[in-house]
Design a protein around this ligand. Structure first.
Ligand code: EPZ
Length: 420
C-alpha cells in the first residue's frame, strides 16, 4: 500500500489550484440517470470516489464519454435498477442513485450502504421520504427494494434534522414525481445548490434554492444539459488550514470564499488571515502562533464537519486551548490517537475534544482512518519536527486530487512512496 512521507518545518508559498467539489460531483453524476439525454459535467475532480460513482451509473446502463475533468453521461436506457453491494460498500454515496432510479424506472434495488469509520450513517430519512412520495420500501438481504409502479407522487416532507444525502436523493426524485414536493428543513450546503441549479438546467422546476425550504414541481421528463461543478470548499478549507499550520502565504486559485464564510471567520479569530482575491482566496500566517478558539461543527452555513480534523491539527499547535465539538457524526475523532502519537495534547469528552496547544508536534508513523482524518495527519506532518509517514493513504485519494503534488508545489517537503 502507498504512503506519504513528510518532513515538517518549511513554510508554504505560491499558489494551489482548487479542484471541483467531490460532494457536488457525486450527486451530479447520479442525476445523469434522470434523463435519457446527455448530461455533460465540467470541472470534474479526478478522484477515486468519482471513478466509483461513474462505474456505478455505467453498470446501470449509462454510456460515458470521458475527457480531462469532463464527462458526458447518457443513460438512454436503464439496463439494471440494482446497485450491488460490492460497489455500494466501497462508497456510501452510491445510495444517491436510489432517488433517480425510483423516479425514472419506478423501482430500485440498492444495497444498504452499511456503516463506515465515522458512524452508522443510516439512510432512514431517504427511505421515509420516498415512502411519503408513494414508494413501497422493503428491506431484505441487506438491500433496499423500492417500488413505485404508478410513479412517485409529490409530497410535503419535513426533515427532523438536516441531512445532505436525504435532501439530494429526494430533490432528484421530486423532479420526476407527479405534482408538487416540498422539502422542509432541507440541507443548504453549496453542493445542494449546485445540484439544484444543474437540475434546473435539465428542465426541473425548483424554487427556494439555497434555502431550507425547496419546492419542486415534477415534470414528465428532464432533458440533457451541460454544467460546471463548483470548486471544492472542503479542499479550499483544508489548504487554508495547511497554511495556518505551516505558516507562509498561498493563493488558493478558483476558490469561492462565499462558500466558506464561517471557516474564514474561524481562521480570522485564530490568527490566520484569509482574504478574497480576483482569482480566489489568499491565506497568510506570518510569524506569530495561532491562538486557540472554540468551534462547534454545524450544518451549512456553520463550520463544516469535514474540516473538523484539519482544524484540530491547527489548534494542536496553538497558543492556548480550544474546545472542538462534533455535532454531526457520532465517531469522528479517530484522528485524535494518531495526533497524540505526534505529541498533540487532546482530551475527548463525548462529542467534545479539548485541545491544549503545544509549541511543536513530533514526526511519527501514523495511520489514516477516514478521508478527512488522513488529510489532517498530512497537515500535522507539515508542522511536525522530523519525518511523518502517513500510511493507508487510499483514504486520501478518495477525496483529494494529487494532494502531495499540490503541497510540494508550494514548498512542502512531501513525497508519495510505495509502502509495505
Ligand atoms: C454528506 O454525507 C457528505 N458526503 C459528508 O462528507 C459530510 O460530512 C456530510 O454530508 C455532512 O455534511 C457526501 O456529500 C458524499 P448527512 P451524508 O446525511 O449525506 C445522520 C466527506 O468527507 N443521518 O448530512 O451521509 C447521519 O448519520 C464526507 O466528504 C441519519 O440519521 O451526511 C449523520 O449523523 C464524510 N439518517 C447526520 O445525519 C439519514 O437518513 C448527517 O448526515 C441520513 C443521515
Amino acid at each position: 500500500m502507498q504512503r506519504i512521507v513528510i518532513r515538517g518545518g518549511g513554510e508554504l508559498h505560491g499558489e494551489i489550484p482548487i479542484s471541483g467539489a467531490k460532494n457536488a460531483a457525486l450527486p451530479l453524476i447520479a442525476a445523469g440517470l434522470l434523463t435519457a439525454e446527455t448530461l455533460t459535467l465540467d470541472n470534474l475532480p479526478e478522484l477515486a470516489d468519482v471513478g466509483f460513482m461513474l462505474g456505478l451509473v455505467e453498470q446501470h446502463g449509462a454510456a460515458l464519454v470521458r475527457g480531462p475533468r469532463h464527462v458526458e453521461i447518457t443513460a438512454a436506457e436503464i439496463a439494471s435498477t440494482t446497485a450491488p453491494y460490492d460497489i455500494v460498500r466501497k462508497m456510501r454515496a452510491s445510495v444517491l442513485v436510489l432517488g433517480p432510479l425510483v423516479a425514472r424506472m419506478g423501482e430500485a434495488r440498492v444495497s444498504l450502504p452499511g456503516g463506515c469509520a465515522i458512524g452508522t450513517r443510516p439512510v432512514d430519512l431517504h427511505l421515509k421520504g420516498l415512502e411519503a412520495m408513494g414508494a413501497h420500501i422493503e428491506l431484505a438481504d441487506g438491500y433496499v427494494h423500492a417500488t413505485a409502479p404508478k410513479g412517485l407522487k409529490g409530497a410535503t416532507i419535513r426533515f427532523p434534522f438536516v441531512s445532505v444525502g436525504a435532501t439530494e436523493n429526494l430533490l432528484m426524485a421530486a423532479t420526476l414525481a407527479d405534482g408538487e414536493t416540498v422539502l422542509d428543513n432541507a440541507a443548504r450546503e453549496p453542493e445542494i445548490t449546485d445540484l439544484a441549479l444543474c437540475l434546473k438546467a435539465m428542465g426541473a422546476e425548483i424554487e427556494g434554492i439555497g434555502t431550507e425550504r425547496l419546492t419542486v414541481k415534477g415534470k414528465a421528463s428532464l432533458h440533457g444539459a451541460r454544467y460546471s461543478i463548483l470548486p471544492d470548499r472542503i479542499e479550499t478549507g483544508t489548504f487554508a488550514m495547511a497554511v495556518g499550520v505551516a505558516g507562509g502565504s498561498v493563493e488558493l486559485v478558483g476558490a469561492r470564499p462565499d462558500t466558506l464564510e464561517d471557516v474564514i471567520d474561524v481562521l480570522d479569530r485564530c490568527g490566520v488571515e484569509a482574504m478574497a482575491t480576483e482569482r480566489g482566496l489568499r491565506v497568510k500566517r506570518n510569524g506569530h502562533r495561532v491562538v486557540g478558539v472554540d468551534v462547534m461543527t454545524q450544518p451549512y452555513p456553520g463550520f463544516p464537519t469535514d474540516l473538523q480534523a484539519q482544524l484540530m491539527v491547527l489548534m494542536a499547535t496553538a497558543d492556548g486551548a480550544a474546545m472542538i465539538t462534533e455535532t454531526i457524526f457520532e465517531n469522528r475523532f479517530m484522528h485524535v490517537p494518531e495526533l497524540a502519537r505526534m505529541g498533540a495534547n487532546v482530551t475527548v469528552h463525548g462529542a467534545s475534544a479539548l485541545v491544549r496547544g503545544v509549541p511543536r508536534l513530533k514526526g511519527a508513523p501514523v495511520m489514516a482512518t477516514d478521508l478527512r482524518a488522513s488529510v489532517g495527519l498530512v497537515l500535522a506532518g507539515l508542522a511536525a519536527e522530523g519525518e511523518t509517514v502517513v500510511n493507508r493513504i487510499y483514504h486520501l485519494d478518495r477525496g483529494y486530487e494529487r494532494v502531495e503534488e499540490k503541497l510540494r508545489a508550494v514548498g512542502a517537503d512531501i513525497r508519495r512512496e510505495a509502502g509495505e
